[in-house]
Design a protein around this ligand. Structure first.
Ligand code: NAD
Length: 288
């Protein structure tokens, strides 16, 4: 048996076209969704991510502005910029690219963002809303994984989902979103004993570890759905996931390759969150 390998271009492309159409509807009503991306310092990978987000906005018809600040920017200067973006009516989403320089407290910055404009869903108010199931933005990567599962026709309700990773950005909210979809959820992490024993019970296995190709065939139940969130660079310079794709592809029923699926879907959810923030600000109901 060989898995159905999800085609990111097709799946993500179709979803971006849907979002673009909704953006056009909103623009016709006189509101152009706007995203401000703030980047501090010269981290080359972060600049690539920011460029990709900016380009995706342009393609979707979303207004986007990038604020590039020098490494020596003070925390007060950054907070001042956030406050001015909070009160700017043409900006509906604010994203501060991490990592920030060490002298800036990331938590402090996140808490300054108006929760209504927090399209990353990192503000404690939005994290709390997610926990208790209130509407609002969902964090981009885990929400993207849910969207991939749904669009690939994977049934989630009643299934045993095992998430490897418990970060605030991916693992923890991933578990919350899967619970919302009525999965039975197990979270594994670096201190989990008998990882293989747990992962091999998963109907849906989600790897968000950040270590190249550590998930092998023996971790995967035959016929499982495997979603690889990891992005790792091998010594050769090639990108790979947390899952050893070639080893697992024969065992799984559905699998996502890296790169090409979870990464682009993450950006797509950022577009969706910006659109929905603009719809809320304009008092327009979001189309589901
Ligand atoms: P993190 O380092 O904050 O968390 C990694 C988690 O993996 C931790 O909770 C840790 O307990 C767990 N872990 C580490 N080693 C383990 C092991 N041997 N066995 C079991 N669990 C183990 O990383 P993160 O921010 O959650 O990101 C995880 C991965 O996802 C990274 O590769 C990151 O680059 C990638 N990522 C991708 C996207 C995307 O858009 N595609 C977005 C965010 C993160």
């Amino acid at each position: 048996m060989s898995a159905h390998v999800i085609n990111g271009k097709e799946l993500v492309g179709a979803y971006r076209a849907e979002i673009k159409e909704q953006v056009e509807q909103l623009v016709k009503q006189g509101v152009t969704p706007g995203l401000a991306v703030v980047i501090v310092g010269d981290d080359p990978a972060s600049h690539v991510y920011v460029r990709n987000k900016h380009r995706a906005c342009e393609e979707a018809g979303i207004y986007s502005e990038v604020h590039k600040l020098p490494e020596e920017t003070t925390e007060d200067e950054l907070l001042e910029l956030i406050r001015s973006l909070n009160s700017n009516a043409s900006i509906h989403g604010i994203l501060v690219q991490s990592p920030l320089p060490k002298h800036i407290h990331e938590e402090r910055v996140v808490e300054e963002i108006d929760p209504e404009k927090d399209v990353d869903c990192f503000h404690p108010v939005n994290v709390g809303n997610l926990m208790i199931g209130k509407p609002g933005p969902a964090p981009c990567t885990p929400a993207g994984v849910i969207e991939i599962l749904k669009k690939a026709g994977v049934e989630i309700a009643g299934k045993h989902a095992v998430v490897i990773g418990r970060s605030n950005i991916v693992g923890k909210p991933m578990g919350m979103l899967l619970l919302r979809e009525n999965a039975t959820v197990t979270t594994c992490h670096s201190r989990t004993a008998n990882l293989e024993q747990l992962t091999s019970q998963a109907d849906i296995l989600i790897a968000a570890i950040g270590k190249p190709q550590v998930i092998k065939r023996q971790h995967v139940k035959p016929g499982a759905v495997v979603i690889d969130v990891g992005i790792n660079r091998l010594e050769s310079g090639k990108l790979c996931g947390d899952v050893d794709f070639d080893d697992v592809v024969e065992e799984a029923s559905v699998i996502t390759p890296v790169p090409g699926v979870v990464g682009p879907m993450t950006i797509t959810i950022l577009l969706r969150n910006t659109l929905e923030a603009a719809q809320r600000a304009a008092g327009v109901a979001a189309a589901q």
